[in-house]
Write a protein of this length. Structure first.
Length: 370
């Protein structure tokens, strides 16, 4: 799969920009504030229906404009699919695929897959457990419709139970309003936990493979709870924590509390990893994500890399590019990669051949459109 073209109208600092992409590598370079990362943000919005940088949609609209429009032409197995998104200052929001309205953002997920490697993702290895749950939930939703449907249902049920918990009363009626959600929540929570554990095992295989290919001296692994409680045990745990839940006013047991840890050579990465180990671990995690999406969906996702090579030394960068070039689909096509940078020299030092016929380069300047 690849992105053929992208058009942005009043999207952040882009008044009107049109870009075309090659199947190989496209480099977008310029000084900070020129709108490089915004290009990746626009592509992400077409794939997931939202930005990876902010949840506030109106922030994406250029100052002085009343609405934004983003559209992209995706190509897969000889088929073209045009995805467009409109967002207005008044809250109007329209998403279309080949001019057909899309009413649920869920229907975008898994169609035109991308993987993003950006500074915003660094929280995955260094941040709280919620950041790692979000990382895996997003990845598994792309490769499994069953997973995303179960996740959405679980979050809806959890929201209802938490709403009942926030009612500050000890009356039996209020208690019943809480426990009525226990059975559907335990059934759905069990299902979500089971799916997540199964996919974590599969992801671990790709992660170990990529880390060995990068450096045989590096072992990057996951630690997570292996047991999945049955629905009856799940309900017992909800009942056991009920008094605590009523005090803290939210549900304290379930897959939404999962703690998945990364280990670098048997050391907890979050607690003991160096800055360099965190950066390299994130790259390896993302390469493993590329692999599992390719193997599960039979199509290569688009890889979006935001200013990575300025932060990793030359030797490591070259090994990353070498690994990336080895990832191909069943026809032998390479993964389409869109890279941003402030300095072209760092890319050439990393092994990206800018003179190659499969590499396209764009230079962005502040306040300019293409």
């Amino acid at each position: 799969m690849s992105l053929g073209s992208l058009e942005m109208i009043s999207f952040r600092n882009h008044a009107h920009t049109i870009l075309e992409f090659d199947k190989g590598i496209t480099v977008i370079w310029g000084e900070n504030g020129s709108g490089k990362t915004t290009v990746l943000e626009a592509i992400h919005s077409l794939s997931f229906g939202k930005s990876f940088r902010t949840s506030k949609r109106r922030e994406l609209i250029k100052d002085g404009s009343t609405r934004l429009i983003v559209s992209g032409l995706f190509k897969s197995n000889g088929n073209d699919e045009k995805v467009s998104l409109l967002q207005s200052q008044k809250g109007e929001r329209k998403i279309k695929i080949n001019k057909n309205p899309v009413y649920n953002r869920k229907d975008l997920i898994g169609r035109n897959n991308i993987v993003v490697l950006s500074p915003e993702e660094e929280v995955v290895t260094s941040g709280p457990p919620s950041a790692r749950r979000k990382f895996f939930d997003k990845m598994f939703s792309v490769i499994s419709r069953d997973y995303v449907d179960t996740l959405i249902m679980y979050n809806r049920l959890l929201k209802q139970r938490n709403k009942a918990l926030r009612k500050n009363t000890n009356k039996q009626k209020a208690l019943n309003e809480i426990t009525v959600w226990d059975e559907p929540l335990s059934d759905t929570g069990h299902r979500l936990w089971k799916l997540r554990k199964e996919m974590l095992y599969e992801y671990c295989e790709r992660l170990e493979l990529i880390s060995r290919q990068y450096d045989k001296e590096i072992t990057l692994s996951l630690l997570f709870e292996k047991k999945v409680p049955t629905p009856p045990i799940y309900r017992k745990m909800l009942n056991k924590s009920l008094q605590k839940d009523r005090i803290i006013k939210h549900t304290s047991f379930g897959p939404h509390r999962d703690d998945i840890s990364f280990y670098w050579n048997s050391r907890n990465l979050r607690n003991y990893g160096s800055q360099g180990e965190h950066k390299l671990a994130l790259v390896i995690l993302k390469l493993a994500e590329l692999l599992i999406i390719l193997e599960k969906t039979k199509t290569l996702p688009i890889f979006l890399i935001d200013d990575l090579f300025a932060k990793i030394d030359r030797g490591r960068s070259k090994r990353i590019i070498s690994l990336l070039q080895e990832i191909k689909d069943s026809t032998g096509d390479p993964i389409q990669t869109i890279v941003t940078t402030t300095d072209l020299l760092t890319l050439t030092d990393s092994g990206i051949q800018l003179e190659n016929g499969n590499t396209r380069t764009y230079h962005l300047e502040r306040g300019c459109s293409i």
